[in-house]
Write a protein that binds this ligand. Structure first.
Ligand code: IPM
Ligand code: MG
Length: 367
């Protein structure tokens, strides 16, 4: 049988630096755990625009559809701010999500013990935090029609449309309930059913799907109240399911509960392929951080943990994913910090590649 295939898209800014550390981890698994991958690499975002005049070449799109999993670094940068909307780096990422139909975006927010002091919230509010946001990723206001900037009388009007079909809500709700079953059996659905019809439908469909999961305790919250509760007492939540835009906002909020955006991975999953694996793309929640790109300051942990999610969700290697997560925990417990995690007195930051090497050394020690 051939090896499982990975397409690596490092992208822009700090993307290539953090992905280089993931490559070390992938190599380690090949050499030491007999877990070999067929790895290919390609361009996405601004770098793809520079070469091809489009943030995602059709050939890259086709490759992404064929592989077992895609690993993405980050896209974007100030250099591309002037580009037309249709070819901005972000459009490359959005095209991947849409055409691979990656409707369930899993964004865990986990507070590593060694970092509980880094949150802007009190330590007891975040210590031990382990929640999962499931964000709908292929519909809603990100993609709804009509959209555009139109002339209306003597002025222009900007239009985007929030639109959800029952089946779109149903499938992401099922993903969230399935996850809740494997975790703490609690699911909170967030929308704004008080002002939006799409929110009313969302609540109805999620409630209906919930009948298939009687063991899961389902609750509903307006998304604004959800934001408040996430900062007040985040540990009340286990799994949260929400739409594309609310999920974008709430996942950034949840990320900061853990101290640094540099720590958080994500998985975007679609329907199962012929081989039973879900269509999948893994990427850190953080962006391309152009201000620190190329300086060895970036934290590679979010990208490394995204690969751990790939091991768990695409390759059914939960034990090996846990091995990576424990290695990360161990380097943090040793006091290793990249520049985004400074604050403690007398701590010198380690570089991106030193952090990657230290994690590999912990993996080695785990054997
Ligand atoms: C995210 C990002 C993207 C989004 C951007 C880069 C298009 O903020 O993945 O959360 O809005 O979905
Ligand atoms: Mg975002």
């Amino acid at each position: 049988m051939s090896n499982p295939s990975l397409l690596i898209l490092p992208g822009d800014g700090i993307g290539p630096e953090v992905m280089a550390e993931v490559s070390k981890i992938i190599d380690w698994f090949g050499a030491k755990r007999g877990l070999k991958f067929d790895v290919s690499e390609d361009l996405v975002g601004g770098c793809a625009y520079d070469k091809h005049g489009t943030p995602l070449h059709d050939d890259t799109m086709a490759k992404a559809q064929e592989v077992d999993a895609v690993l993405l670094g980050a896209v974007g940068g100030p250099k591309y701010d002037v580009l037309d909307f249709s070819v901005k780096p972000e459009r490359g990422l959005l095209r991947l999500r849409k055409e691979m139909d990656l409707y369930a975006n899993l964004r865990p927010a986990q507070c590593f013990d060694a970092l509980a002091d880094f949150s802007s919230l009190k330590k007891d509010v975040v210590a031990g935090l382990d929640i999962m946001i499931v964000r709908e990723l292929t519909s809603g206001v990100y993609f709804g029609e009509p959209r555009g900037i139109f002339e209306e009388g003597n002025e222009r009007v900007g239009i985007n449309t929030q639109r959800y079909t029952e089946s779109e809500i149903d499938r992401v709700a099922r993903s969230a309930f399935e996850l809740a079953m494997k975790r703490g059996k609690k699911l909170c659905s967030m929308e704004k059913a008080n002002v939006m019809e799409s929110g009313i439908l969302w609540r109805e469909v999620v409630t209906e799907v919930g009948k298939d999961y009687p063991e899961v305790e389902l609750s509903h919250m307006y998304a604004d109240a959800g934001a408040m509760q996430l900062t007040r007492w985040p540990k009340q939540f286990d799994v949260i399911v929400t739409d594309n835009l609310f999920g974008d906002l709430l996942s950034d909020l949840a990320a900061m509960l853990t101290g640094s955006l540099g720590m958080l991975p994500s998985a975007s999953l679609g329907a199962p392929m012929e081989n039973g694996r879900p269509k999948a793309l893994y990427e850190p929640v953080h962006g391309s951080a152009p201000d620190i790109a190329g300086q060895g300051k970036a934290n590679p942990i979010a990208c490394i943990l995204s690969f751990a999610m790939a091991l768990r969700y695409s390759f059914d290697k939960g034990d090996e994913a846990a091995r990576v997560e424990e290695a990360v925990n161990a380097v943090l417990a040793d006091g290793l910090r990249t520049a985004d995690l400074l604050g403690e007195e007398g701590v010198q930051p380690v570089s991106t590649s030193e952090m990657g090497d230290a994690i590999v050394a912990k993996l080695e020690a785990s054997l």
